[in-house]
Design a protein around this ligand. Sequence first.
Ligand SMILES: [Zn+2]
Length: 402
Amino acid sequence: MAENRLRIHHTKPDQFRRIRGFDCNRLALPQISSVPGPPPRAGTEEIVMFQPPRCPHRLCPQHLEPSPGFCHAHGHYQPLCRPHPVPRFRCTSCKRTFSRQTFRMDYRDHRPDLNARLFQSLASGVGLRQTARNLRLSLRCTELKFRKIARHLRRLNLNLRANLPSGSQLQLDELETYEGRRNGRPLSVPVVIESKSRFVIWAESATIRPRGKMTPARRLAIREDEARFGRRRDRSRSSVRRSLARAAKLTGSLEWVQLDTDQKSSYVGLARAAFGWSRLVHRRTSGKLPRTTANPLFPINHTEAMARDLLGRLRRESWLVSKKRRYLDLGLHLFMAYRNLVRRRFNFDQESPAELLGFLPRRITEVEALSWRQELGRKSIHPLARETESIESLGMRAGAAA
Ligand SMILES: [Zn+2]
């Protein structure tokens, strides 16, 4: 739809050389001094032209294993939302065309300039409606942008992680919230972190049974809900199992896995199943201890408090509470990406949690987090790529340099 409104100028393939030098094809270089690779020569302006890393069409043989020179330049178009034209390319194998935008996270967006501000706003405890008012967007547009950005950040957060370094310590806890109706639809949110770096490994929501004091009004509300949605099931155990499995994937290189939890009895069996009997060191702390900095579970308690602060929908007694559980999950992914990649670990630190664990060479900005699409796993373009290097290749280069 957006494409129809754009003026498309086609050029012949033999004009490739001229297009390569065209201003629109330059990549804006971020501050990448800490990215491994040869530094730019002093006194020379480095100009990097965008070269598509692969054909974006999934059924094309050039998609997963592109050969050199698989595409040629195919003109450019002038989008309404950008000051500069965008180069187009044509695949020599499938003959289909694409542009640089096809590889960008803001592909087909109408207001790409507001994405980073929207991410920042939603990761700062502001709700969707207030964000929409601040950015002069409609509520519907803000909701759709939130979903697209959160799904992208989920992939980015998963693609950038690797094995945890030795000495890492894990902590697990569950926080409680609800969807839509407080007295009848409670949720449990297991959160797993690496406690030294405060890297949030996983968080997701699961339905649980209503519990606690029952008043006649509450019983009526629960009966209404059961008539409407069926009996509410307790899925807390399976979501803790999934969260621990996410953590176990990162512990391949660890000799010992140290896990701190409270004394909930089900954690013992789930932790042994996830990490194995032989290398698990499971320390259990009473949940009744004061929640001070001396408490061994302080890092996870602090992370949960930060999640309740930065994610408005987790706050108690708030209008911002999620009406549907799946959007709470998207909000959690947005929080995890902000916490792990963008925010400093502590205010006096320079590094983000992902940087401290060696997953990234430095903290990234909201704009960088929302740069290249991340649908190809670790073959996706790295958010700090100088050209269009994949996360896999930059990770390998970083490993070789270390
Ligand atoms: Zn192709």
